[in-house]
Design a protein around this ligand. Structure first.
Ligand SMILES: [Zn+2]
Length: 88
């Protein structure tokens, strides 16, 4: 995957950039952020990583709601498995 390198500087006609508020988005998860900080935090989340994997597999991204639902189900399963001690 190529990084979006220096694209912002290739638009000389946007010289008055004080009035142009660049949108902070994650195209992988289809979400918009208020500022760079939120966007950066988002890239660290498991949700984003999960959607990255889906993107590689050419699957559509899931919303945070669906992701959290999946994760809670996953954790339940893990707890059940660890209680059974089936490997012992
Ligand atoms: Zn994302």
């Amino acid at each position: 995957m190529a990084k979006p390198a220096k694209q912002f500087f290739s638009y000389p006609y946007l010289g008055m950039d004080t009035s142009v508020q660049k949108e902070h988005t994650c195209s992988t998860c289809s979400v918009v952020f208020k500022d760079t900080e939120l966007q950066r935090e988002h890239y660290k989340t498991d949700w984003h990583r999960y959607n990255l994997k889906r993107k590689v597999a050419e699957m559509p991204p899931v919303t945070l709601e669906i992701f959290e639902e999946k994760m809670s189900k996953h954790q339940e399963k893990m707890m059940v498995t660890s209680c059974e001690h089936s490997w012992a």
